[in-house]
Every structure is written in structure tokens, then in C-alpha cells.
Design a protein around this ligand. Sequence first.
Ligand code: CMC
Length: 433
Amino acid sequence: MNNTADTVTITNNNSGDTVTLPLMRGTKGPDVIDIRRLYAEFGCFTYDPGFTSTASCDSKITYIDGGEGVLLHGGYPIDQLAEKADFLEVCYLLLFGELPNAEEFSRYSESVTRHTMLHDQLASLLKGFRRDAHPMAVMVGVVGALSAFYHDKLDIFDPEQRRMASIRLVAKMPTIAAMAYKYTIGQPFVHPSNSLSYAENFLRMTFAVPAEPYINSPVLSRAMNRIFVLHADHEQNASTSTVRLAGSSQANPYAVISAGISSLWGPAHGGANEAVLKMLEEIGSKDRIEEFLRRAKDKNDPFRLMGFGHRVYKNHDPRARVLKESAEEVLTELGVRDDPLFALAMELEQIALDDDYFIEKKLFPNVDFYSGIILKAMGFPTSMFTVLFAVARTAGWVAQWNEMSGDTGQKIGRPRQLYVGELQRNFVPLDAR
Ligand code: CMC
């Protein structure tokens, strides 16, 4: 492969054939080779399982530099957004590319709060689930079912209709998530209250009960807001790529977001903070930390320290520092700093940070290490952790879906394959096999 300024030439060493392909340059990050003409002119596809070397789209929404520990939305660093912005400002930024001014923010927040309620028939649908259903199963079902309520009115090529679908999804996700939780514990659903912020409203719908007044804690809602902001978008990860692929067929957006929720549910994607809690429970006490650290370092032991390391961030996770601050605030507010599980987490974090193995391999606590601790302290069961991730990530999913649907050059997704199966052969009847 020969790389000149703006093209790359590929040579087939057997046939001597060559093809010259354009290099595309973004505003930041590695260039990409435009291989769209490769098959027509060279007769080859590319091979990239997991698409880890393939840019599936161009996008203005999010930029990640894993080596430098950088995450930007619309150019704004994630720690600044997490410290200063309301989640709905970030939703607006992802969807429209700019932070809203005061008037835009007020109009956008009002449109979101106007759509927080669910059609009453959806509550009946939700009540059809088993009480012990995993809340992510309920999310997949109920969000997918929204497509039955908003089907006829949707032309995905109309930006205004896309905006409405995006607003409805952002607005209704916390209501559905809280209902999924209330249903599993047998408490009555709490309706949304439009005078509250997004995070406050969600906490109230989740934890309020009709028998006593609900007192909002600014510390807890600030931490909830941060968790939402920090999980709002992460570029072309598995669930976002699922949303783009499902949406590329022009499918109904509610069904498309339900596909994203399904992808997020997997333990390799949205389930890591739940794994942190399970690991802490397995370690059990401070005197067993050394044993588990030894196991984490042992090549022959599959055990890994959950909540440490990251596939993309190789120096630090820019989301982790602000969340550590929130973890400390929440534990103090709730008076559980001395709780054995949290004390164990803090000790484990310190020992691992001082350990040569973790220092050399640049393994540091990631966002999931702290989010699991915060959510557990707030009273969420571990089965709700991925649900909260889905509520937050809906902001990114709808923004990415909207960007894709508005791009006239976008095609229906259709990856290729390297076929390694049987050659053509003739059918043999059952009694002759
Ligand atoms: N505990 C012990 N050793 C580890 C860990 C860990 N958590 N993470 C990486 N290593 C080792 C790994 O074995 C490898 O060792 P060697 O060089 O001797 O082969 C070395 O560190 C480098 O790892 P890597 O290959 O660069 O890391 P990776 O890209 O394969 O894995 C990871 C990334 C996130 C899958 C991994 O760090 C891990 O399993 N962490 C625990 C699970 C976790 O916390 N996941 C959540 C990530 S944040 C999710 C999000 O962004 O939403």
C-alpha cells in the first residue's frame, strides 16, 4: 500500500493490478480510505470483523481520542459538560450541534416535558409482563411498542417529524424506565412532574411513594444528571451502530431505538457497572483484595478487575474523574461512606492505582467503576443500571439516527462477507443421507 498526499494506491502482488483510492480527512482524528470503488475497480472487499477499522459514516456529533483520553460532544469536552450542563442542554447539543441559548433551552425543555406522559394503553401493555421480568426486557418491549402508537404520522425524511420523534423518545424514556422499576417491586406508577428537571423528575418517578411526601435531594439529582450526561453518547459503539443500521432501512424510529436497547443490554456493552458490583460482593472483604489482584494479574486466570481499563481510552477515562467526585458527594450525602461495600471499593481503587501491574499497563478506574457505586448507594437494584444507561444513551441514539436520516448520501447498511462454506452441491433426499 502506497500512501501519497490525498490518495492511497493498493497493489495486488499476484496480478500486479493497482487501484488508487481517495483519502478522506476529518476535522480531527485519523484519515480514512474511501473504499467505495474498491470492489468495482479491484474486485475485492475488505475484511474487518467487528468493524473496528472501518468508519461507517461521517459524523459531527462526538469525537473520541482514546490515546489522549478525550471525549468531545460538538467540540465541548465531556468533563465541562458533566460539571456544568443540564442533561437536556446536552441532548440539544447532540441533536442540533450547538448549545442552546436561554430561550432555545426553555423552548426545548418545554417540548420535552410536554411529552413525558405515556398513552394509558402502554401501562396496560407493561402490566402484561411478568413481575420478575428483567427491566431491560420491559424497555425493549415497551419502547418498541411506541411504534404502534406513532406509526402513521412519521415521514423520516421530514426534519420536523424526526425532531418530534427525537423529543418524544428523550421525554418518555425516564417515564418508561421508572415504570419498569415500579412494576417489578409492586409499587404504583408515579406520573411525571413537569416542574422538575429531567434528573429530578426521574428520581421522583422512581423513588416516590403516594404514602409520604418525596423530598428531592440536590446532591442526588446532580449526580443523576452527571450520569446521564456522561453516558449520553459515545460515537459509533455497538448500540449506536445498531441504531444506525436498523434505521438505514427507514424503519420506524421507536422500533429502531428498541433495537439499540437490545444491543446495549449485553454484558460486553452496557453491563459493566453491574459487573463491578458483583465483583465487589464476590471479593467480600478488604483482606481478600490482594488475592483478587493476584488473580487479575495472572495470565492463566480469566478474572479481570471489573471497572478497570478501557478498550478505547488507554491513558485515562475522561468521564471517570467527575464521576468519582459525584461518588464521594453521594456517599457523604447518604451517610454510607462507612458502608463495607463502598469502603471496600475505595480501598480496592487505591491499592490497584498503586500497583505496578496496573500502573505499567495504564489500567485505571473507568466510568463504570464509579457509576455502579453511585447507583447502588442511591438505591437502584443492579438490574436497573443498564436501564439508566439506556435512558441516557437515547440522547445519542436519536441524534445519530437523525443525522443519518438527514444525510442524502446514506445508503441502507449492507456489510459483505468472506464466504468460507461449502461450494455448490446437489440436494440429497432425506432417506439417502
Ligand atoms: N484487569 C486485569 N488486567 C487487565 C484489565 C483488567 N480489568 N484490563 C486489561 N488488562 C490487561 C490485559 O490482560 C492486557 O494484558 P497483557 O498486555 O499482559 O495481555 C493489558 O491489560 C492490556 O489490555 P488491553 O488489551 O489493552 O485491553 P482490552 O482493550 O483488551 O480490554 C477492557 C479493555 C475494557 C475489555 C478490559 O480492560 C476489561 O475487561 N476491563 C474490565 C471490564 C470493564 O470494566 N469494562 C467497562 C469498560 S467502560 C465501558 C464503556 O465505555 O461504556
